[in-house]
Design a protein around this ligand. Structure first.
Ligand code: SF4
Length: 158
């Protein structure tokens, strides 16, 4: 967490030095909010978005910053996380969010967030809720996806 906060501060400084805002020309940007807390009871999820870029055009772009990786590969769960943030921000701000940014290895990757991605995340949330209410323990299915899963250490212990 402290490491993450340090990186956020470093990134703010780098952005000022580069005169760019996560790859977006500052002249297009109205405001950037860092560490923006979002929660939606009906969806049952919450999170802290690393940054939100408010463009002068009215568009809102969530930014997810990834640390501790040596590759600039964009993992599917990162896109899901970004999409979940987009859904939370849409519910809070009443605006459609069409793209986000995943910032990794000092590079801003612009990610289109389309209705299919949003529906996939909604379906995942629905399934998770059903599973939670059923009180059944989910089966572990080890595979390549485990390499980038944040629950890995818990799964490996069981
Ligand atoms: S580590 Fe566990 S929870 Fe994560 S993908 Fe693998 S089996 Fe699923």
């Amino acid at each position: 967490m402290i490491e993450g906060q340090k990186e956020h501060e470093a990134e703010k400084k780098r952005s000022a030095e580069r005169n760019t805002c996560f790859g977006i020309e500052p002249v297009l940007v109205s405001e950037v909010k860092y560490n923006f807390y979002v929660e939606d009871e009906s969806m049952g999820i919450k999170g802290i978005v690393d940054a939100i870029i408010l463009l002068k055009s009215g568009e809102i772009i969530p930014v997810e910053i990834k640390y501790g990786t040596r590759s600039d590969r964009i993992y599917p769960d990162w896109k899901k996380q970004l999409t979940a943030y987009a859904l939370l921000l849409e519910a809070l701000l009443g605006k459609t969010i069409k793209e986000g940014i995943i910032y990794v290895m000092k590079t801003a990757h612009r990610i289109k967030i389309d209705p299919t991605m949003k529906n996939d995340v909604k379906n995942d949330l629905k399934k998770m809720k059903e599973l939670f209410l059923s009180e059944k323990e989910p089966k572990t299915r080890f595979g390549r996806q485990c390499n980038y899963c944040e629950l890995r250490k818990f799964c490996l212990e069981t």
